[in-house]
Design a protein around this ligand. Structure first.
Ligand code: GLP
Length: 245
C-alpha cells in the first residue's frame, strides 16, 4: 500500500482510503484468501500514516468479515471480495436478489411516511396535487456491507401505510395486490455526495451507479418511482443481447 495522503477522492479519511486499497488488493487477487496482511507497522511506514489509522481500517475489515485476526500470528485475508452479478432482464426485488445469493440482508430506514408529492413525483406517478405520496428510503446492507441506498416513491393508494413495510417493499405490495409487473430501469454514473458516501462507508466522490426504476402495474399505472445509488465497485449489470432484425 503506497503513500495514501492526497490519494483518491479528496476529503476522505485516511483509514477509509486504506480500507479501500486493501479491498482493491483482495479484489485484484494481489492478496488471496489465507494470505497474511503485512504488519501494522509495515503498512503504516509504507503508506506514511499512523498505526492508529491502520488499526482502524483493519478493525473495520475484520468487522466486515474480509479479514480475520489470529492471536499471536497476525491478520489474514478471510475471503475474496465478491462482485454481484445482476440480470437486467428480470423484475426482481432486492430481497429476492440477495436471498438467491445466500446473503443476509438487513435494511436501515432513512425515511418512511406519507407526504404531499413533489412536482416530479406528481408527473412520474401521475398524481394530482390533492393526492399523497408514500416515501420509503432505505440503506440496504448485505452480509454487513452497505450496498445501496434506495429512495422509493409510490402513490399512497398503493401503499397507504409505509410504516407497515417489513423487510421487503415488493412483499408489502404483493399483499395489497400492487406488485409491479413491468419496469423501466435507467442506469447512469454518479459520484457519491458526502451524505451518501457516509452511508455507504466510502470516500466522498467515489464512483457509484445511479439507478432509476419506474415500475408499472398490469393496468399500465405507475406504482413505483425509485432512485437508488449502488456501490460502483460491487455491481455488474448483465444483459443478454440478441441480433436485431
Ligand atoms: C430493487 C429495485 C427497487 C425496488 C426494490 C424492492 O432493489 N432497484 O426499485 O424498490 O428492489 O426490494 P425489496 O422488496 O427487497 O424492498
Amino acid at each position: 500500500f503506497g503513500a495514501l495522503k492526497g490519494a483518491g477522492p479528496n476529503g476522505a479519511p485516511l483509514y477509509l482510503k486504506l480500507k479501500r486499497s486493501i479491498e482493491e488488493a483482495v479484489r485484484r487477487g494481489v492478496l488471496l484468501p489465507g494470505d497474511a496482511l503485512p504488519s501494522e507497522r509495515d503498512i503504516a511506514a509504507k503508506a506514511d500514516i499512523s498505526r492508529v489509522t491502520v488499526r482502524k481500517a483493519v478493525q473495520d475489515l475484520v468487522r466486515d468479515g474480509l479479514l480475520v485476526q489470529r492471536h499471536g500470528s497476525g491478520t489474514f485475508v478471510a475471503r475474496a471480495v465478491e462482485r454481484v452479478e445482476q440480470s437486467l432482464s428480470l423484475l426482481t426485488s432486492f430481497t429476492e436478489d440477495m436471498a438467491r445469493r445466500g446473503k443476509t440482508l438487513r435494511s436501515e430506514w432513512l425515511d418512511r411516511g406519507i407526504y404531499a408529492p413533489s412536482p416530479e413525483e406528481m408527473m412520474v406517478l401521475g398524481l394530482s396535487p390533492q393526492e399523497s405520496v408514500a416515501r420509503v428510503s432505505r440503506l440496504r446492507i448485505a452480509d454487513g456491507t452497505p450496498l445501496a441506498i434506495e429512495r422509493a416513491a409510490l402513490p399512497a393508494m398503493a401503499l397507504p401505510d409505509p410504516t407497515a413495510v417489513g423487510s421487503s417493499l415488493y412483499a408489502a405490495l404483493e399483499k395489497t395486490g400492487s406488485r409491479p409487473v413491468r419496469a423501466i430501469q435507467r442506469i447512469s454514473a454518479a459520484n457519491l455526495g458526502a451524505a451518501d458516501a457516509r452511508l455507504l462507508d466510502l470516500p466522498t466522490g467515489t464512483a457509484g451507479l445511479h439507478i432509476e426504476r419506474i415500475s408499472y402495474l398490469a393496468s399500465g399505472k405507475v406504482v413505483e418511482f425509485t432512485r437508488s445509488i449502488y456501490r460502483g465497485d460491487t455491481y455488474d449489470f448483465v444483459a443478454e443481447l440478441r441480433l436485431g432484425d
